[in-house]
Design a protein around this ligand. Structure first.
Ligand SMILES: Cc1ncc(COP(=O)(O)O)c(C=O)c1O
Length: 436
């Protein structure tokens, strides 16, 4: 038992089994139970320390308890935690201004909500109001949240058994080049997955298309980066059909991929952008940003989105502090530097271990895909789960995707070179043990 919580792991787990709702993603009811965190490390109730290469639930990407967030939240608590959301508060106006100046033209107008799902839900409703349509397509490995509409557009999993989805929500083919869904090669395919996708969308439409919603890099789907050219071509095809492009940068935005926004690499500005996850530096906060032209039209048409905690000054203060850290600490450059180091470690493991079929990702959103055979690419799911379990025991946390065959690494920007070395050593040992 550690000194300051006054609790033991056994008592807490027993209480959790009795009173806590289960049903967590990647669940374990055997611990660990976290009690504190700082930078890239968290500590459990027994005082054991872990390298958190999952950044909490990806929301602590600035580092756990970043001092700028702690300060901003403390000050907001002294002044105004929550406010009437029909009126403005100073924190939300300054945050909107700051974000509007950070984003490229024409993305100028922002609203603030709490979760990634509600931001995507709002973005879809803005697109519906603006276009007058209702049909929305999303790639078949995407993850957009667990509200009704976003879950229905989450094709990476967690999809079955919740009743009929709304009409007009469609899957399109994702550019998962390591396992191309139409068995082509990225250097010669001519983006045929987009041709096939839009052939199906055009066949299914009732002439009321509204939007395509996509991540610029598919995170929960298995850390899958589209090939160059995919995003601009997607935007062009949306344009031809009067569909808006909604980019869900909730995982990839604000420095993580080595640019302030992942879309910068492809020179594509979306019609609507959503941010969440580390936007609040660990406090729940999300944003929807769009052009003044779209905003004016939908507001004129009585678009409303509001929840009890929309635009809360506490969360918006945390968002402002996150943007200070993003710019003040140059997080995009930090991500590039740390990424080069971690990726080279993962690539070296890929040379040593046959089980590593692919090393991929951008910035500090990296993954390795495990296969039983590099030719057949049979997914090594049980092996992935065993590797993750051994790493957890040795103090390294990351997440598993694609049923265990993809190991996803999202270390915080606070991670040191020594922590990368330590993590790589734990991972190497775990892979060696499992492959022995
Ligand atoms: C890309 C993406 N969009 C949306 C969401 C949903 O965000 P939230 O869990 O805050 O609703 C997630 C969560 O993992 C995500 O990764």
């Amino acid at each position: 038992m550690t000194a300051d919580t006054g609790d033991s792991e056994g008592d807490l787990l027993q209480a959790a089994r009795q009173f806590s709702f289960g049903g967590r993603m990647d669940a374990s009811d055997a611990g660990p139970i976290f009690v504190r965190g700082s930078g890239s490390e968290v500590e459990d109730i027994n005082g054991k320390r872990y390298l958190d290469f999952n950044s909490g639930q990806m929301c602590a990407w600035l580092g756990h308890n970043h001092p700028a967030i702690v300060k901003a939240v403390g000050e907001a608590c002294e002044r105004l935690i929550h406010a009437h959301s029909s009126y403005y508060n100073d924190q939300e106006i300054r945050l909107a201004e700051r974000l509007g100046r950070l984003l490229p033209e024409p993305l100028r107008k922002s609203l603030f909500l709490q979760s990634g799902a509600d931001a995507n839900e709002a973005a879809i409703n803005i697109a519906r109001k603006y276009t007058g349509g209702f049909e929305v397509a999303s790639p078949h490995i995407s993850f957009h949240g667990m509200s009704d509409t976003t879950r229905a557009l989450t094709f990476a999993g967690w999809h079955r058994g919740y009743g009929p989805p709304q009409p007009g929500l469609m899957a399109m083919l994702a550019p998962y080049c390591y396992r191309c869904p139409i068995a082509l090669k990225p250097d010669s395919c001519g983006l045929a997955c987009l041709d096939a996708s839009f052939e199906l969308i055009d066949a299914q439409t009732t002439s009321r298309p509204a939007a395509v919603l996509t991540e610029p890099i598919f995170s929960a789907g298995g850390v899958i980066e589209p090939p160059p050219g995919w995003l601009p071509e997607l935007k062009a095809r949306c344009r031809e059909r009067g569909m808006l492009l909604i980019l869900d940068e909730e995982q990839t935005g604000l420095g993580k991929t080595g640019d302030t926004f992942a879309f910068e690499q492809e020179g594509v500005v979306p019609d609507i952008l959503t941010l969440a996850k580390h936007f609040g530096g660990g406090i729940t906060l999300s944003a929807v940003s769009t052009s003044a032209e779209i905003e004016e039209q939908v507001v004129e048409d009585e678009f409303i989105v509001t929840h009890s905690h929309s635009n809360d000054p506490l969360a918006c203060a945390a968002g402002r502090a996150t943007l200070d850290v993003l710019e003040g600490e140059g997080l995009a450059n930090v991500a590039r530097r740390l990424s080069a180091r971690l990726k080279s470690k993962l690539q070296a493991l890929g040379e040593r271990f046959e089980i590593i079929g692919d090393v991929r990702g951008r910035g500090l959103l990296l993954g390795i895909e495990l296969v039983r055979d590099r030719e057949t690419k049979e997914p090594a799911t049980t092996e992935g789960r065993a590797i993750a379990q051994r790493c957890l025991e040795h103090g390294l946390i990351f997440s598993l995707r694609r049923e265990g065959s993809v190991l996803r690494f999202v270390p915080p920007a606070s991670t040191t070179d020594d922590q990368i070395e330590e993590a790589a050593a734990i991972l190497e040992e775990a892979i060696a043990e499992v492959c022995r």
